[in-house]
Ligand binder design. Structure first.
Ligand code: SIN
Length: 314
């Protein structure tokens, strides 16, 4: 049995990696992920300069997941560029680089600097178009004209294949429109679905209060709550963007969840809330559980069932 994934000119031992934002801000975090059983890892979404992020409390565990409004705390582009250039051990596993400039110009500036190192070190860019947590900055991918501007500018500046981290959509018309924009950009080679379900509100009835401080308690929902929404988005883009890869992110805490993501069309499977709760040991567990599901069903590779989700015919 093999969980190997061969995509983007790279070989991944298995499809599992962290979701950008979880356990990936410092060198220590990134080295823990490199030493773990994951097939890959991604750095924290960065901005040109260091950001402290939003005031605490800004992350809260919930019975079936989490709510967060971190606000892109990160050590700044140069720190992650240095990690990519001098620290990461590429013989262990391939590396993704998440970028979340707060304007077109910031992304262009960072892409122009990343481009040469990316050619040399084969690090792979995931452009975050979906952070819901920066006060006053709407999620880019909810405005299709804006999204097109970002993709055009990044394509022109970067001139290499890259991926995009998308927010969840909830309407067929929006799946169609977003996919049509993405299909216009040849350099977009993968689509990661989904970022957290933005601007949820959790209420603690005992204290009669919200549970996180930023944005008066509004924040991104993750974990088990969002699995069906994540699967819908993975499958919607898998069927609408046949020349692109889809990465699944959202609600993965056991092997069966990963199986469902791959069945819906995912090539890589990112883990966020459950990694935050359980630590990097989760990857060995997920690998074992995914293999168990595959063995029960008689599959020996991921290619045998990826994207083969059945629908109910009469
Ligand atoms: C954050 O830092 O607020 C989370 C990043 C994201 O959701 O894109």
């Amino acid at each position: 049995m093999s969980l190997e994934v061969n995509i983007l000119n790279q070989r991944f031992e298995n499809p599992f990696m962290n979701a950008a934002g979880v356990m990936c801000t410092s060198t220590e975090d990134l080295q823990k992920l490199t030493a773990s059983a994951s097939g890959s890892l991604i750095t924290k979404s960065c901005t040109p300069a260091l950001r402290e992020g939003n005031p605490e409390p800004r992350y809260k565990m919930l019975p079936l997941g989490s709510i967060n409004s971190m606000g892109l705390p990160n050590l700044g582009f140069d720190f992650y560029l240095d990690y990519v250039t001098s620290t990461h051990d590429y013989s262990k596993k391939p590396l993704f680089f998440s970028m979340s400039g707060l304007s077109v110009e910031q992304n262009v500036e960072m892409c122009s600097k990343l481009k040469e190192i990316a050619a040399e070190k084969s690090v792979i860019l995931e452009l975050n178009l979906s952070c819901p947590n920066v006060p006053g900055k709407p999620q880019i991918a909810y405005d299709f004209d804006d999204m097109r501007k970002y993709l055009q500018a990044v394509s022109d500046a970067y001139q290499r294949p890259f991926g995009v981290k998308m927010p969840p959509y909830f309407d067929m018309a929006h799946f169609d429109s977003a996919a049509a924009v993405l299909n216009d950009f040849e350099l977009v080679h993968f689509i990661t679905c989904i970022n957290s379900v933005g601007n949820a509100l959790v209420v603690d009835v005992e204290t009669e209060s919200v549970v996180i401080k930023p944005k008066n308690g509004f924040g991104g929902l993750g974990g088990e709550y969002v699995l069906p929404t994540a699967l819908a988005n993975v499958n919607a883009f898998f069927t609408r963007c046949p020349s692109k890869l889809v990465f699944g992110c959202g609600g993965v805490s056991k092997g069966e969840d990963a199986f469902a993501h791959i069945l819906a069309g995912a090539s890589m499977v990112q883990v966020g809330t459950a990694l935050h709760s359980e630590g990097e040991g989760i990857f060995a567990r997920l690998i074992g559980e995914l293999k168990e599901v595959m063995s029960r069903k008689g599959y020996t590779t991921l290619d045998e069932f990826r994207g083969k989700l059945k629908v109910i015919d009469n």
